[in-house]
Write a protein that binds this ligand. Structure first.
Ligand SMILES: Nc1ncnc2c1ncn2[C@@H]1O[C@H](COP(=O)(O)OP(=O)(O)OP(=O)(O)O)[C@@H](O)[C@H]1O
Length: 621
């Protein structure tokens, strides 16, 4: 090798990496120890990747087949070195991975930072900021690495002080894998203390399933973690604390999980699954490429993270954990997972376990279920759409706001059905843009008067939900804002509730004239049985999209057929009665005003708000 080739080349960090480094160094002061978790986790990932690639090519293992991570301290040089005998990196890998290409996570991470130290530190905890966390405690970092399968002279040395540049040079390396050496910055000497390091390994990496060795004072290597696949141990021997720790090391979530489900299945297909239901929402739950997904192992070898939702459907993406199969082939690929009967069976059983567990929680522990619902209810509402086979089961787990009770979102469909009036034929609901808008909607008036409960649905996902969930245990779900209400069929009517009075002839005539005035802005004008306090409201047909849904579809760029709404008039309202008597009232103006105010009450936008205001002022004048 010539001298020129050996000379170090200098590269600049990509701008976002620089930003990340800067933030990390300044905002992570209170949580410095996580650097070790991150570097150990990278080392363990590298060992997993080697094991996986070695399934195809055994020569990669060279004469060193047992995966291992080791941590060594040099007190004189004030360095800590984390080494692995994993997959290693070649020159191009190093350039890509350690500095010049922003990882997709970096941008998301920067976007998620709030500026609040405490919150951000927690966020970093959840995120797994990776390699760059080395600079939280080090003012100089070197990475010496060689890719498995390549010759010793292909070793590469990366070096940086984290300030904007890094250098790269060739440096032969006998062993494959990577050694990351941290030259501790001033004031960070506590990380030279082996006891402190041991304690950090136990806290964050105890359940990594390969040995993490720590050099003791006598220079001997000792295993610092449990280094076993905890999920393979019998349930009865695992303490709650161990489950919690395992969860934390798997998810980086500081909050203990609400529940875990550990199953060993034996028979014609054997596998173990360990599933956790978290207590808090991860920040990327609603991002399309969120890092959620179970980990798939085959006979203890980590194969991949299930980013394609093969092991669990999307609406259960909040579940964390793993599946370890004895029967899948070790060389299983993404494609193979897509069409595999064993995977189908594992998935079916896992869905059932999660739903059964949630049912039990909902039945036995209201408070815990309320926490679950608060964190993940919105996601669960995708269930009936995504998984029709389990729609009924998921429907039973849903919770809603309602006109009944204290207004919290805690009403289940079976609670509702249990309270239905005799003769009531449907579960009534109203969707809208916000809770305030639905709560105050004129569509609820007659239901309030008759004391009939209505579910109040104000999340965007609710529109999709009710489009797919048309009944619950045989009782249909019906929007109170759609179709012709047959008031006497509502149920809830008893002798004391006044029957809907007949509409007088003069009001009938008025309704006809309003219809003429509005022309094709409406598909019909009719007397309403919905209203008690408002003069008018708008209604769509039974099989048409609700107005809120129409707005959402339009906002998403869909072309919708023109479907003018029906305007319903309250024959008992004093404005209506006055108009029916007064032959001189400017009826064109009044008709428009009634339509426009009804649209506004429904959360709609007027195409010409200025004309509306002028019209109102003329009539008030
Ligand atoms: N010890 C190592 N051996 C081999 N490759 C490594 C090692 N450490 C890091 N890398 C490579 O560098 C990349 C970047 O590492 P970094 O820790 O910044 O992010 P990550 O591990 O991909 O993400 P995260 O830490 O969020 O899981 C890794 O994806 C891996 O390809």
């Amino acid at each position: 090798m010539s001298n020129e080739e050996k000379a170090a080349e200098t590269y600049e960090f990509q701008a976002e990496v620089r930003q990340l480094l800067d933030l990390m160094i300044h905002s992570l002061y209170s949580n410095r120890e996580i650097f070790l978790r991150e570097l150990v986790s990278n080392a363990a990932d590298a060992a997993d990747r080697l094991r996986f690639e070695a399934l195809q090519d055994k020569t990669l293992l060279e004469d060193d087949p047992d995966p291992r991570v080791s941590i060594a301290v040099d007190n004189d040089a004030r360095t800590v070195t984390i080494s692995d005998n994993g997959i290693g990196m070649n020159r191009a890998d190093v350039i890509d991975n350690l500095g010049t290409i922003a990882r997709s996570g970096t941008r998301r991470f920067l976007d998620a930072m709030t500026g609040d130290q405490k919150q951000d530190a927690q966020l970093i905890g959840q995120f797994g900021v990776g390699f760059y966390s080395a600079f939280i405690v080090a003012d100089q970092v070197t990475v010496h690495t060689r890719r498995a399968g390549e010759a010793a002279d292909q070793g590469v040395l990366w070096r940086s002080d984290g300030k904007g540049e890094f250098s790269l040079e060739s440096l032969p390396r006998d062993r494959r894998g990577t050694a990351v050496t941290l030259h501790l910055a001033e004031g960070q000497d506590e990380f030279l203390d082996r006891n402190r390091l041991r304690q950090i390994v136990r806290r964050y990496s105890d359940h990594i399933a390969l040995p993490i060795e720590l050099e003791n004072e006598q220079g001997e290597m000792e295993t610092a973690n449990q280094a076993s696949a905890m999920w393979m141990r019998p349930k009865s021997e695992i303490t709650d604390e161990e489950y919690r720790q395992f969860y934390q090391q798997l998810s980086y979530d500081p909050e203990p999980p609400l529940e875990w489900i550990h199953n060993k299945v034996e028979g014609n297909q054997s596998y173990t699954s360990l599933l956790f239901i978290p207590a808090q929402r991860p920040f990327d739950l609603f991002e399309p490429d969120s890092s959620q997904g179970l980990r798939l192992y085959v006979r203890r070898v980590f194969i991949m993270e299930d980013r394609d939702s093969r092991l669990l459907p999307r609406y259960l993406r909040f579940v964390r954990g793993l599946v370890d199969s004895d029967d899948l082939p070790l060389n299983v690929s993404r494609e193979l997972l897509q069409h595999n009967k064993l995977v189908d069976r594992i998935r079916g059983a896992s869905v059932k376990r999660v739903l059964d567990t949630l049912e039990r929680m909902a039945r036995d522990d209201n408070d815990r279920y309320a926490r679950f619902w608060e964190a993940f209810g919105t996601v669960l509402k995708e269930g009936p759409v995504e998984d029709p086979a389990n729609a009924e089961k998921v429907a039973g787990l849903l919770r809603f706001h309602s006109t009944h009770g204290d207004g919290g979102s805690s009403v289940g469909l079976s609670d509702y059905v249990g309270r239905m009036h005799e003769g009531q034929k449907a579960i009534y609901y109203l969707t809208g843009e916000s809770l305030a808008a639905v709560r105050n909607s004129p569509h609820l008036e007659v239901f309030r008067q008759r004391n009939i409960e209505v579910l109040l649905l104000a999340e965007p996902v609710d529109e999709w939900l009710v489009a797919h969930l048309t009944e619950f245990n045989g009782t249909p779900l019906q929007s109170v804002a759609k179709g012709d209400l047959e008031i006497d069929e509502l149920g809830g009517a008893d002798d004391e509730t006044p029957k809907q009075p007949e509409t007088s002839e003069s009001v009938e005539a008025l309704i006809a004239r309003i219809g003429e005035a509005l022309g094709d802005r409406v598909s019909a004008v009719r007397a309403s049985s919905r209203l008690t306090d408002s003069p008018a409201c708008i209604v769509v047909g039974d099989h048409e999209f609700g107005l809120n849904m129409q707005r959402m579809l339009k906002a998403a760029g869909h072309e919708l057929p023109q479907q003018p709404p029906v305007l319903e008039i309250n024959p008992q309202h004093s404005i209506i009665q006055r108009l029916a008597e007064d032959g001189n009232a400017p009826l064109d103006e009044w008709a428009s005003l009634l339509l426009e105010q009804s649209m506004l009450m429904d959360g709609g936008r007027l195409e010409d708000p200025a004309s509306f205001v002028r019209r109102m002022n003329r009539l008030l004048d």
